[in-house]
Ligand binder design. Structure first.
Ligand code: NAD
Length: 461
């Protein structure tokens, strides 16, 4: 809880939601000028209080200031700027052609806000994953309830304190809390629920939404593989993999979960991964200001339990008191090992060796569809095969995690990795209803031919 908010009583979920629903009906959030003003105010909040948010992210996750800026605060600012720049064309009604049999007539689609939406966010990027969906929801003209993660309490408190002061408090509310508070929210009538987190809770959210037929977006996780072919530049690949994996101490939904190394690439990668970790975090990563900590004891104990899954290439050191777990690479990992059976969500990188690309593709396709699939290959043929023969939320060659920062690309999963997508124009799709509008003049009444009785003559026409 933010120090200034201590005296404010908690407001019941039903009161908050019914207040926002009443406001939505007044039309307050519909004008584009209101939406733009909210987005600009959100941007100002982030830039004016950047230090406060960075401190909260450091308190929750040991995140360094630069990483906090790149992956959280600055990330959302860029999403706001992109949205402000393109909002007018995104909102423009689109003309649709009318079949000759209905002419003369005009058809178009118009976007309308859904109403009051709920955004439930997780602890690992606690600012980005609360605010990036909020940007889309506001741009589409909705009232919004934001429920930050209780496992990132400092960021949750900062958002609860700042958002209602920066934005229109009659249309945006922050509800802090854990399972009881979220459960109470899920009982309320929303027009859309946007959830980011794990698949178990994703199912709880979807079941609650089903009771009212509320549409959902589920941004989930899973194991995102990295295929590495021996012909790739292994030194450069190792650096990119280490960067994507050990950012935020591996607690990134799109982080490379494991490496599927083809043939010689398995042993070839090992020294380069060790060197990349040393280049980025030094010989003692626990002393690096750029290396994060594990969010809580439960996750720390779970991760330490996965360390025995293979031959240690680098890392393995850990300290429960500070929840430090060194950037770790495991080789010769058995596909049946526990480290290969759950999403790792921490700084442990297993290398699984497969004989060829066929085996790599079969390995990916035998498991849940990943949120992201990465590949390092010098072969255009391999790229074509991976594109055509696998399914994942995203596919990226040569770099992990970075597809998130291309605002024109949809971000979301498929199958077990999620339902729906957002970012840029895709957020507008998620948080709007695309309404079909048809306008046909009453004269000339060419439809006379379609009215009964259906005489022989009409049938011939
Ligand atoms: P978390 O524990 O913070 O939970 C997420 C949200 O769900 C929180 O707001 C929490 O209060 C709420 N919640 C938890 N249990 C609940 C319950 N029983 N009923 C209702 N609400 C409940 O975060 P997490 O789930 O541990 O996050 C990590 C997971 O999220 C990983 O699987 C990761 O891959 C995934 N993730 C996905 C994305 C994405 O964009 N696709 C981004 C980040 C994380």
């Amino acid at each position: 809880m933010h120090p200034d908010s201590r005296l404010q009583p908690a407001v019941a979920a039903d009161e908050t939601v019914s207040r926002l629903r009443t406001v939505f009906v007044t039309g307050l959030t519909r004008p584009v000028s209101w939406r733009r003003a909210q987005l600009r105010a959100l941007r100002d909040m982030l830039t004016e209080h950047q230090a406060e948010f960075a401190a909260a992210l450091h308190a929750d996750l040991g995140k360094g200031a630069t990483e906090a800026h790149l992956t959280e605060i600055g990330f959302v600012v860029k999403e706001i700027d992109h949205t402000l720049r393109h909002l007018a064309p995104w909102l423009r009604p689109r003309r649709v052609s009318v079949p000759l049999t209905l002419a003369p007539a005009r058809a178009r689609t118009v976007r309308e806000p859904l109403g009051t939406v709920l955004v439930i966010s997780p602890w690992n990027y606690p600012l980005q994953l609360a605010l990036a969906p909020l940007v889309g929801a506001l741009a589409a003209g909705n009232c919004v309830v934001v429920k930050p993660s209780e496992l990132a309490p400092a960021t949750s408190a900062a958002l609860a304190h700042r958002l209602p002061r920066a934005l229109d408090p009659s249309a945006v509310a922050v509800v802090e809390g854990g399972i009881p508070e979220t459960t109470a929210l899920l009982e309320q009538p929303f027009d859309h629920i946007f959830y980011t987190g794990n698949g178990t809770v994703g199912r709880v959210v979807m079941a609650a939404a089903a009771r009212r037929l509320t549409p959902v977006t589920l941004e989930l996780g899973g194991k995102s593989p990295v295929v590495v072919e021996p012909g790739a530049d292994l030194r450069a690949a190792a650096r990119r993999i280490a960067w994507g994996k050990f950012m935020n101490a591996g607690q990134t939904c799109v982080a490379p979960d494991y490496v599927l190394a083809i043939g010689e690439a398995a042993t070839g990668l090992e020294p380069h991964l060790t060197a990349a970790v040393r280049e980025m975090y030094g010989t003692e990563p626990s002393a690096s200001a750029d290396y994060g900590r594990i969010v809580n004891d439960r996750h720390f104990d779970r991760l330490v339990g996965l360390l025995g899954g293979g031959r240690l290439v680098t890392g393995g050191e850990h300290d429960r008191a500070t929840r430090y777990l060194a950037p770790t690479v495991l080789a010769d990992v058995d596909p049946q090992a526990p480290v290969m059976s759950e999403e790792i969500f921490g700084p442990i990188l297993p290398i699984v060796r497969v004989p060829d690309l066929d085996a790599a593709i079969a390995f990916v396709n035998a498991r849940d569809k990943p949120l992201a699939l990465y590949a390092f290959t010098a072969s255009r043929h391999s790229k074509r095969r991976l594109t055509a023969e696998t399914s994942s939320g995203a596919l990226a060659f040569g770099i992990p995690n970075a597809h998130l920062s291309v605002p024109g690309l949809p971000f979301g999963g498929v199958g077990e990795s999620g339902v729906g997508r957002y970012h840029g124009p895709h957020s507008l799709d998620t948080f709007s209803h695309t309404k079909a509008v048809l306008d046909k003049p009453l004269r000339p009444d060419v439809l006379r031919l379609a009215y009964p009785p259906f005489t022989r003559r009409k049938e011939r026409l």
